[in-house]
Design a protein around this ligand. Structure first.
Ligand SMILES: [Zn+2]
Length: 306
């Protein structure tokens, strides 16, 4: 079960020790972007169960999933460093800057099955599609990647719809506010950052669908933000309101700004059980089941597949 997400999206200037070779080992052209892949010497070579061709295929399918969701790859150039140092699962970090960088850690014990089950590569690439913001809003970045990653993988056939719901239904309770919570901007805990942020995007996605008769979703807002230059290709932070207003304009709603005002500085207890009931989806005895007679069953289908 993939409940414990942890990744980092950082300022490029914090990066001091990742030295990349002058030339990439492989450059992929996907979604209008050049994705330059750099391997640390020895990685995915003799001592590894994986070879470099298999790693490149994983990069390729992850980048294609992100391109399909956003209609283009979020930045023009990505430098992607594949290096050693992972333990049980893939680790990653995304850095913003004129040439954004993602570092990914793998391990000699990993196999193709490890990569097929991995969510970190797509998670880090989703980070590229939002501008850097002040660290008190980091929940927006992590919430976005946590919510969008499984949906992007379902839409590309990399994950089953049931696995995506399992991830969302099991993960979101960790984002509910605890005692002392002062809203998403003022409560920098792991649960608030990843899953509190994911709840924000789930609720926003549902409201956009409801207000547009299922014609538009959060992806339309996100594509507009990214098209307006809001990506990790920026060196300087954007004000959150700038990004959210662009998103709202694209959907013809006020969903993002309204929800931000609701959740930024006070605890909001989202009734998750009611959401699952309305959507007609449940997770019991290790199994996801659907109720197509639920009042928002069409919306559920649209959230995942639109
Ligand atoms: Zn992240």
């Amino acid at each position: 079960m993939r409940l414990f997400t942890l990744c980092f999206s950082l300022c490029y200037c914090l990066l001091t020790q990742t030295a990349l070779a002058l030339e990439a080992d492989k450059t992929l052209k996907i979604g209008g972007a050049n994705i330059e892949v750099y391997f640390t010497p020895g990685v995915a070579e003799e001592n590894y169960k994986l070879n470099r061709k298999q790693v490149i295929a994983w990069v390729d399918q992850s980048a294609n999933a992100v391109t399909k969701y956003f209609k283009r790859f979020p930045v023009k150039t990505l430098r992607l460093s594949i290096t050693d140092g992972a333990r049980n699962r893939v680790n990653g970090t995304a850095y913003h800057g004129l040439e954004p960088l993602i570092t990914i850690n793998i391990s000699p014990t990993f196999t193709e099955a490890t990569l097929a089950d991995d969510w970190v590569m797509v998670h880090e690439m989703v980070h590229l599609a939002f501008p850097p913001v002040h660290r008190r809003h980091q929940w927006l970045l992590e919430g976005l990647a946590t919510y969008v990653e499984p949906i992007a993988r379902v839409r590309s056939g990399l994950l089953s719809e049931e696995k995506a719901w399992e991830w969302i239904i099991n993960g979101t309770p960790q984002g509910l506010p605890e005692f002392g919570n002062q809203g998403l901007d003022n409560t920098p805990t792991w649960g608030q950052k990843y899953w509190g942020g994911a709840i924000f995007f789930l609720v926003a996605d549902m409201r956009i669908h409801q207000q547009t008769n299922n014609k538009l979703g959060i992806e339309h807002a996100l594509r507009a933000i990214q098209k307006s230059g809001g990506s990790m290709q920026l060196e300087h932070n954007w004000e959150v309101e700038k990004a959210l207003n662009i998103g709202d304009k694209a959907t013809g709603t006020k969903v993002l700004m309204t929800l931000y005002q609701e959740m930024k500085d006070k605890a909001v207890i989202t009734d998750l059980d009611k959401i699952w009931q309305d959507l007609g989806v449940s997770y019991n005895n290790n199994e996801v089941s659907y109720n197509d007679n639920a009042k928002l069953a069409d919306l559920r289908h649209s959230l995942i597949n639109q």
